[in-house]
Design a protein around this ligand. Structure first.
Ligand code: CA
Length: 250
């Protein structure tokens, strides 16, 4: 099961919002719709999207004002913003980009072009969501086919464990605290306890089988993925001999 990127559509014209939402669904995205800034903020407070499609002309706060606000907020500042504008003139585009939009698209636009722009901002902002593969020792993760293999054997792995492994592999040999992992893998940890990380690390180790030892617990600090795990006397393939994740208050 692949993570479907969430797209928040902030658009006051229902017909346009509906058209965009239908196309997003057909293209493997999860759209949500807010008619104006206050509703959009409520959506953002509940769950962070992967991309925001932000209309320029909105009742209440304008798209530019909202883009500035979300860029200034540490919680939302990394979310790609694609501005929708009915105006095509240069100064406005510049204003939109200055406000922190990653890109803009002028109405009327083709839905194909919009999908291409969304994929493009996602690639630039969140490279872990698009196709690439990572190899550490004999462990291979292929994001395009959503597969993980160890010593040539395919492994079954859940969606959260996949994201977690992807991040750890891309930043191997470094120690990541639980808070950092929540930030980078879950994207938002406002409503998630740090203990959740331990649960998923445990599941990840189980899914990895004999490669589970590559995910090391660094006591009091967090977790690290390493090509050369410390060899313990216990056989690494036995699940019960796995080091248990310890919840340590930082
Ligand atoms: Ca509008």
């Amino acid at each position: 099961m692949k993570h479907l990127p969430r797209v928040l559509i902030v658009e006051d014209e229902p017909a346009i919002a509906e058209l965009i939402a239908v196309n997003l669904r057909h293209n493997g995205f999860q759209p949500t719709w807010a008619e104006e800034g206050v509703a959009a903020q409520r959506e953002l407070d509940a769950v962070l999207p992967d991309v925001i499609l932000l209309d320029w002309m909105l009742p209440g706060q304008s798209g530019v004002t909202l883009a500035r606000k979300w860029r200034a907020d540490p919680r939302t500042k990394a979310i790609p913003i694609l501005m929708l504008t009915a105006r095509g003139d240069e100064p406005d585009k510049v204003t939109g980009l200055d406000a922190g939009a990653d890109d803009y698209i002028t109405k009327p636009f083709s839905t194909q072009e919009l999908m291409a722009r969304i994929r493009s901002v996602l690639r630039r902002r969140a490279p872990e969501q698009v196709t690439d593969s990572v190899t550490i020792a004999e462990l291979v993760l292929d994001a395009a086919s959503y597969r993980v293999a160890y010593q040539g054997q395919q492994l079954k792995i859940g969606p959260t464990e996949f994201k977690l492994l992807h991040y750890l592999m891309k930043h191997a040999e470094r120690v990541h605290s639980r808070g950092q992992l929540l930030d980078k893998v879950w994207g938002d940890h406002v409503f998630i306890e740090e203990r959740t990380v331990d649960v998923h690390i445990k599941r990840l180790r189980e899914a990895l089988g004999s490669a589970g030892a590559m995910v090391e617990t660094v006591r009091g600090a967090g977790y690290r993925l390493t090509a050369q795990p410390v060899v313990t006397s216990a056989p690494v393939a036995a699940p019960l001999a796995m080091p248990m994740a310890v919840s340590v208050a930082a």
